[in-house]
Design a protein around this ligand. Structure first.
Ligand code: NAD
Length: 355
């Protein structure tokens, strides 16, 4: 089982180091090789995704990714910015299905901005289509308007589009994931206004015919945004397009209180995947040893489950994380009175010990 380890920038190196120690504690034959990505790769090679890193990622069964980005690179031309490395990996590996679980740990119920009774026991999974939609649709650009409300004015435009196979494959992923959970899929769209999402709704409904054991609900995105904060536990699996998924998965992540706790997985059709915490490189706290490594450690558990077929090892890691929370250990982002504040390294130590 070959893992490409790409720590990236900022807190990426600190949190990935802890996840790697956790993986090394397991009794598994894991071959791990590290490479530079993002700003660190730009500084060394002049490109955020050098060929050597891309080749390593392609050859691996899975990629353990930290985070990329730093304010000092914000003035670079767009293709050279650290964040382009993620887009490059998604595109080159065909990573079209993004899994973002939003789980509220019993011990952290108080960290959410919602009332405890709304989120206690929350366990939902947002599945976002990752390679299509208005983010990638062509044509796009700036031009002088020839029609509309202000002909002759400068305007900008993007193209929202989805093809049938793109919708079908993400729908299959969602129904299959729901089968392993509570057998309910909510497909989020804007079919009342957008042609693209009426088509989305039609195709998802057709794919559903193959999954009679799974309940399918359609919901408009504006209502979904509302229901996520009104009654989040009513959801099981949510499937949606790239842009709606981008926004709703961040909203869902905040239900759980801390972004430092949330893992994610991006998979292709052969289950090769990129596993990373949902947060960024947090340059404001980088190098201080206070970042929460649990989202990355939980991403490593997802990696074992989805790409490496090691369900038991995945569950061991998840149980170890529960145990350290139970022990009252907290990094600064999830600290509250009466708990014990620990550093990134100490949190990693505690998970290793619990394993
Ligand atoms: P961020 O997620 O890095 O940070 C937002 C806030 O959350 C900060 O206050 C940060 O200190 C805190 N935080 C994040 N992760 C934490 C952790 N593990 N433990 C404790 N606190 C944590 O988002 P941002 O500040 O908007 O972006 C910073 C950089 O990260 C930018 O360059 C951005 O482009 C990049 N970014 C990268 C990814 C990625 O690599 N996938 C995702 C989002 C943002």
């Amino acid at each position: 089982m070959k893992i490409a380890v790409l720590p990236g920038d900022g807190i990426g190196t600190e949190i990935v180091a802890e996840a790697v120690r956790v993986l090394q504690t397991l009794d598994l034959k894991l071959e791990m090789e590290t490479a530079l990505v993002g700003g660190a790769a730009y500084a060394a090679y002049g490109h955020p995704l050098p060929d050597s890193t891309l080749t390593l990622a392609k050859q691996a069964d899975a990629i353990l990714f930290g985070a990329v980005g730093d304010w000092k690179y914000d003035t670079l031309d767009r293709p050279l910015r650290p964040e382009q490395a993620i887009l490059g990996l998604r595109k080159n590996l065909g990573l079209f299905a993004n899994f973002r679980p939003a789980i509220c740990y019993e011990q952290l119920v108080g960290a959410s901005s919602l009332k405890p009774e709304l989120i206690a026991g929350l366990d939902i999974l947002i599945i976002r289509e990752l390679t299509g939609d208005i983010y990638f649709g062509q044509p796009r650009g700036r031009r002088t308007a020839t029609d509309g409300h202000f002909p002759g004015a400068e305007e900008a435009f993007d193209t929202m589009r989805y093809s049938r196979p793109e919708i079908e494959r993400i729908a299959h992923v969602a129904f299959q994931a729901a089968r392993k959970r509570n057998k309910k899929v909510t497909s989020v769209d804007k079919a009342n206004v957008l042609e693209t999402f009426q088509f989305w709704r039609d195709v998802v409904t057709q794919v559903h015919a193959e999954y009679p054991d799974v309940e399918l609900q359609h919901m408009y995105v504006d209502n979904a945004a509302m229901q996520l904060v009104k009654a989040p536990k009513a959801f099981d699996v949510v499937v949606t397009g790239n842009m709606f998924g981008d926004i709703l998965s961040d909203e869902a992540s905040m239900l759980t209180g801390s972004i430092g706790m949330l893992p994610s997985a991006s998979l292709n059709s052969t289950n090769q995947g990129l596993y990373e915490p949902s947060h960024g490189s947090a340059p404001d706290i980088a190098g201080k040893g206070i970042a929460n490594p649990l989202a990355t450690i939980l991403s490593a558990a997802m990696m074992l489950r989805f790409s490496l077929n090691q369900e038991e090892a995945a569950q061991r890691i998840e149980a170890a994380v529960q145990k350290v929370l139970q022990q009252g250990l907290r990094t600064a982002d999830i600290y509250s009175a009466g708990t014990t504040r620990v550093s990134t390294r100490e949190m990693g130590d505690a998970v290793v010990k619990a394993l």
